[in-house]
Design a protein around this ligand. Structure first.
Ligand SMILES: NC(=O)C1=CN([C@@H]2O[C@H](COP(=O)(O)OP(=O)(O)OC[C@H]3O[C@@H](n4cnc5c(N)ncnc54)[C@H](OP(=O)(O)O)[C@@H]3O)[C@@H](O)[C@H]2O)C=CC1
Ligand SMILES: N[C@@H](CC=O)C(=O)O
Length: 411
């Protein structure tokens, strides 16, 4: 029997406890012994839980219990999760977490401690919820140099955008529903402002390129400025608007990394990923494109990934799985203003298209039947963002009022 503890009994933690109860026989068969949930840490009482006798409010009950070999951290946030996880690893206990904020902020340090203490620090659920992505990238795709990763990495924003587009639902109502369904972060600003997707692309970039990428070095935009008008113009241009996390390997060894809403062509594999589903495209130099798809948020999908990591830890109590990246200093990151993409622009004023062509060269005007007479939307060819911003300033100086601009993904 292997004893484990779970820290946090919220959406994910209660799912983990549930799977260890409902799938006990299945899990026993996969490792040949019982995984026993000995302690559950939470600040609230859960008298109706079938595991009610295992709850504690005191972390010391877990850290001091020598029988507990694997600890699951599903509390979220940095405090006290960072301190508790570090202490568990230093005490020789393996740790499994779904906490992307923790991995994105302290992954390199925690992986180093795990290396020193011959423990495992696994975080499959931190990216893509129930989708296997960390293990495939660190094992199955290990022969590849990763040229690019692009993904819809946040279930809440994808759910909101889908509800707005498909059902005409208002932004706030769609967010409320995502919160009720357990998809959103405790502070949903992390979802809608893009920070959650940023943490996830940072984890994938760190894994792919071997150096920690910290979220504050990544330009991040959320979905709060997306309007239904832009959505409809995007449709007329055979695209959908999605919040994309993207990282590309450049010829000089730097990486081009960004999180922003983008127009995604309908023919792209990422275009038809809706609601809380995530999709992640990994372009390897040997494999070409490999696409991962599934539920990126929610109780049981996320708990499924956590439980799989726990089983992996239980199977490797004496050996370390090789999952590692070194600390990073941000010097390998291209300044975001130098990153090039085609841009969609919506503007109003007189002779918008002519003025835009004078400044940008050839532009593709998007025709939409019910557009206001003085409004035009167009797409300009790829150029560094700094150049785009200069040209937009010239357009505005020419009497055009720019209402929105959104990157166009080359996917
Ligand atoms: N929900 C999802 O779909 C997904 C979530 N994640 C990540 O998983 C983690 C957990 O998410 P989720 O389950 O949704 O969050 P919840 O807020 O639902 O659950 C967190 C639980 O931890 C408890 N907790 C917080 N701080 C402490 C503490 N100091 N001591 C003891 N218990 C504590 C909370 O108690 P209380 O409520 O009383 O504060 C709550 O029960 C987060 O990092 C999240 O980003 C990852 C993938 C998907
Ligand atoms: N809030 C997150 C939860 C999973 O990581 C999301 O919506 O994707």
């Amino acid at each position: 029997m292997v004893s484990i503890a779970i820290m946090g009994h919220g959406v994910v933690g209660s799912g983990v406890a549930e799977i260890f109860t409902t799938h006990k026989q299945k899990l026993y068969a996969s490792i040949g012994e019982e995984v026993y949930v000995k302690k559950i840490l939470d600040l609230r009482e859960f008298p109706d839980s079938p595991l009610a006798d295992r709850f504690t409010k005191n972390f010391e009950d877990i850290i001091n219990d020598l029988e507990i070999r694997v600890v699951v951290e599903v509390m979220g946030g940095l405090n006290p999760a960072y301190d508790f996880v570090k202490r568990c690893l230093k005490a020789g206990k393996s740790v499994v977490t779904s906490n992307k904020e923790l991995v994105a902020a302290h992954g390199a340090e925690l992986l180093e401690i795990a290396k020193e203490t011959n423990t495992n620090f696994l975080f499959e659920a931190s990216v893509g919820g129930g989708i296997p992505i960390i293990r495939p990238m660190s094992q199955c795709l290990v022969a590849n140099n990763v040229d690019e990763i692009a993904g819809i990495l946040n279930g809440t924003t994808n759910f909101i955008l889908t509800k707005m587009i498909e059902d005409g639902m208002q932004f706030d109502d769609a967010l409320k529903l995502a919160q009720e369904l357990g998809f959103a972060e405790r502070n949903p600003a992390a979802d809608i402002e893009g920070h959650d997707a940023c943490r996830k692309i940072c984890i994938l970039a760190s894994l792919a390129y071997g150096k920690h990428v910290y979220p504050d070095s990544v330009h991040t935009e959320g979905i709060t400025k997306i309007t239904l008008e832009d959505v409809r113009y995007a449709e007329a241009f055979h695209c959908v608007i999605k919040l994309i996390g993207s990282v590309k390997r450049l010829a000089d060894g730097k990486i081009d990394i960004i999180v922003a809403p983008m127009l995604v062509p309908n023919k792209s594999q990422l275009a038809n990923i809706d609601y809380e589903f995530n999709g992640i495209m990994v372009r390897g130099d040997c494999t070409g494109d490999v696409v991962f798809y599934g539920k990126g948020a929610g109780k049981l999908p996320t708990a499924s990934a956590v439980v799989a990591d726990v089983i992996d830890c239980c199977k490797h109590l004496k050996t370390r799985k090789f999952l590692y990246w070194a600390d990073g200093n941000g010097k390998n990151i291209l300044p975001w203003e130098e990153s090039s993409r085609a841009m969609y622009v919506r503007a109003n004023g007189s002779n918008v298209a002519e003025k835009a062509e004078k400044i940008f060269g050839e532009v593709t005007v998007i025709n939409k039947t019910d557009a206001p007479a003085d409004e035009k939307a167009f797409v300009v060819k790829a150029m560094p963002y700094s150049e785009f911003a200069e040209k937009i300033a010239q357009l505005e100086a020419d009497g055009v009022s720019v209402l929105s601009s959104i990157r166009v993904a080359d996917l």
